[in-house]
Every structure is written in structure tokens, then in C-alpha cells.
Ligand binder design. Structure first.
Ligand code: ZN
Ligand code: ZN
Length: 157
């Protein structure tokens, strides 16, 4: 039971980490890695613009986020501190969710059609909130740095 709580806590803590890294690091001193994610996104909406590369520099962040999870897993198994392993599982599940929602559902980087339709209200609101970060109509829109947690106004139509 405690273990399940650790997985859930690590998962939601990662939403906070993702939000703060996006806000202070990716739009801060590592903007040069995140920039092409915003540029590539804009290109999709300009007809006739050359094809974009499959990879974005932004993808490097996935590798970096994987390191603490892998390290925790190795240390956890090695020292028999299984709590660390459960925290690592929470981090990994969050990374997996982020990949599915951000890369496939929102930015459609993989043609998995059933993930591109029949979205429920919550997923629709996530898409709206993240799209607002990419194509802001005002400063509040742009400030949408989180993924799973967003201002409630996006739940309304
Ligand atoms: Zn951004
Ligand atoms: Zn995005």
C-alpha cells in the first residue's frame, strides 16, 4: 500500500518537476534545446514549409529525465531499498504518460490513429491548454507550462 502511494506521489511530483523545468530551465538557460520544439510546431501550420527533422533537440530532455529514474532503480535494487525502486517506477510512468500525451496525442509525431481521436473532456482540455502555450493569445496562455494540471478554464469550451 505504502509502495503504491510512493508510485503515485512520485508520479505527481514529476508533474511539478516538469512544470518548473519547463518554466525555468527550458524557457530559461536551456532555451536553445527547447526552441526547436516551438519552431517545429509553428512550421506544421505554415503550408509549404520544408519537412522538419524527426528528432528535436527537445527530445534530449527525455534522456536527461531518464537518468534519475535509472539511477534510483539501480541503487534501490543494489541496496535493497525497494522504496527507491517504487519512486523510480512513478517517475518512469510519468515519462511514459508525457510521451504519449505530449508527443503522440498533442503533437502527432507518431501516426497512431486511435490516439488521435475520441478524446475525453480531460484530454481535450490538456490539448487546449498545451496548444495555448504554443500559440498563446495572451500572457496567461503562454504561462501554461504544466501538462496534466492546468487552469480550470480549459475545461470549458
Ligand atoms: Zn515551451
Ligand atoms: Zn509542445
Amino acid at each position: 500500500m505504502i509502495n503504491l502511494l510512493l508510485v503515485v506521489a512520485a508520479y505527481f511530483f514529476m508533474e511539478f518537476i516538469a512544470w518548473s523545468n519547463h518554466k525555468y530551465i527550458m524557457h530559461g538557460f536551456l532555451w536553445r534545446w527547447h526552441k526547436d520544439h516551438h519552431v517545429n510546431d509553428n512550421q506544421k501550420y505554415l503550408p509549404g514549409i520544408l519537412e522538419k527533422s524527426v528528432w528535436e533537440k527537445n527530445d534530449l530532455f527525455f534522456l536527461i529525465y531518464a537518468i534519475p529514474a535509472i539511477a534510483l532503480m539501480i541503487i534501490g535494487f543494489y541496496t535493497n531499498l525497494l522504496s527507491l525502486v517504487y519512486i523510480a517506477i512513478g517517475i518512469t510512468l510519468y515519462g511514459f504518460t508525457y510521451f504519449i500525451i505530449h508527443e503522440i496525442i498533442i503533437h502527432k509525431r507518431l501516426p497512431i490513429n486511435y490516439l488521435h481521436k475520441n478524446h475525453n473532456t480531460y484530454i481535450k482540455a490538456i490539448i487546449k491548454a498545451h496548444t495555448a502555450h504554443h500559440r498563446p493569445k495572451n500572457k496567461d496562455d503562454f504561462n501554461n507550462y504544466g501538462l496534466l494540471i492546468f487552469p480550470l478554464r480549459y475545461l470549458k469550451n
